[in-house]
Structures are given as C-alpha cells and as structure tokens.
Design a protein around this ligand. Sequence first.
Ligand code: HEC
Length: 112
Amino acid sequence: MKKITLPLLAAAVPMLLSGVARSADIPDTWSKNCASCHGPDGTGHTKAGRMAQVKDMTSADYQKSFTDEQATKQIKEGFKDSSGKERMKAFADKLSDGEVKALVAYVRSLSK
Ligand code: HEC
C-alpha cells in the first residue's frame, strides 16, 4: 500500500500546486498590469481608463466585438488609435504566451 501511494502522491502534489499557482496568479497579474486602465472589475472606471477611453468589459456586447485572437494580439502588441497615439501598452515582452492566454480567459470571465 505504502509503496504505491507515495510515488503517486509525489507526482500529484507538484502538479496540483502549479495548477493552483497559475490560477491564483492571473487576478494578481490583472491587478498589476491591466487594472490601472480596465479597473479591478473590468468596467474601466479609473482615471487612466477614462484617459485611454477603455470600454466596459463587463458588457456582453463589447465582449462580442472582439475575438479571442484579436484580444491575444492586442495584449501582445498593444493598441494605437488612428492618430498613432498609444492607448494600450504592448505586453509581449512582459507576459508569457500562457499568461496572455489566461488573461483572455480572465477578460471573458468579467462579462456579465
Ligand atoms: C494604458 C491603459 C491600458 C492598459 C494598462 C491595458 N489596457 Fe487593455 N485596452 C486599453 C484600451 C484603450 C483598449 C481599447 C478600447 C477600444 O476598443 O477603444 C483596450 C482594449 C483591450 C481589450 C480588447 C481587445 C480588442 O481587440 O478590442 C482587451 C482584451 C484588453 N484591453 C486586455 C488588457 C489586458 C489583459 C491588460 C493587461 C495585461 C490590459 N488590457 C492593459 C487600455 C489599456
């Protein structure tokens, strides 16, 4: 009994821990990198959010206006308006592909 369960536990514990760490990190990543403009809840009711003219991410209509691919691209490359003014920073060199993917899912979860 002991011989079987111990190796299994040894394999399962790091897997469980890394899963927990990843999901717990995303709200933290959001609050550090995104909430200044988009707000902790995604409504964008912040000073920087008003200046950058972000839209309300809790709106299902707004969520429908972009695809996951577009969201991924924008998080990586940022967003400039037609006059070339940067309104959202590029995060490609700050965040891993996995983090960007998790953030897209997080953004989707903000929709009401
Ligand atoms: C400097 C302010 C600012 C920061 C910081 C910021 N954003 Fe944005 N974000 C914007 C603006 C502005 C828009 C575009 C609103 C519009 O469509 O006019 C936007 C749009 C988006 C969109 C919609 C993309 C699309 O294709 O329309 C997503 C998704 C997004 N942001 C995610 C994030 C994530 C994730 C972070 C943190 C890693 C982040 N943003 C940080 C300003 C910001």
